[in-house]
Design a protein around this ligand. Structure first.
Ligand code: FEO
Length: 177
């Protein structure tokens, strides 16, 4: 049984993950419109993954006897100056999600809710992976630079990560998503 406080925080995390999905969908769209197909694929995949993160939480709350609340999404930022700004925003966003996950872990620990603590470990690992990936992309953009054919190379680089990451699946039994 979830404590009311933890249930509220888990529901807030549902909103965070859902908003992440729409934030990355808008980034994918920006990349696509601006001729960066590799980066667009990457952010479309990210958007799908975030929806899966949201669904895992949604189902967990209900399984534990709580009530999962269908999230209301904020309108995501649609416009960016350039790809550097997009990837910077991606990195900052992931850092803020990690903080929210840490808060959840802290609360589950306070509640001595070891099942939820165990459930949240997956998010801790996922956040570590995503923050590292975002920082890697940012470093690559800085290294390549956006002059001359830099944008073409950056798009290729980001696109590689889209194909490296496994195709996402809405199969909730797939723990690797
Ligand atoms: Fe599910 Fe990367 O936030």
């Amino acid at each position: 049984m979830l404590s009311k406080k933890l249930e509220k925080l888990l529901n807030e995390q549902i909103e965070i993950e859902s908003n992440s999905s729409y934030t990355y969908l808008a980034m994918a769209s920006w990349c696509e419109i601006n001729g960066m197909e590799g980066a667009a694929s990457f952010f479309y995949n990210q958007s799908d993954e975030e929806r899966i993160h949201m669904l895992k939480l949604f189902r967990y709350i209900n399984e534990k006897g709580g009530v999962a609340i269908t999230p209301v999404n904020k309108k995501p930022k649609m416009d960016y100056k350039n790809i550097l700004e997009v990837v910077k925003a991606f990195y900052e966003h992931e850092k803020s999600v990690s903080q929210a996950v840490n808060k959840l872990v802290y609360m589950a620990n306070e509640d001595k809710d070891y099942t939820t603590l165990n459930f949240l470990q997956w998010y801790v690992s996922e956040q570590h992976e995503e923050e590292t990936l975002a920082r890697t992309l940012l470093d690559k953009i800085k290294l390549i630079g956006m002059e001359a054919n830099g944008l073409f190379l950056i798009d290729n680089e980001i696109g590689k990560y889209a194909t490296m990451k496994k195709q996402t699946s809405v199969n909730m039994g797939n723990e690797d998503n």
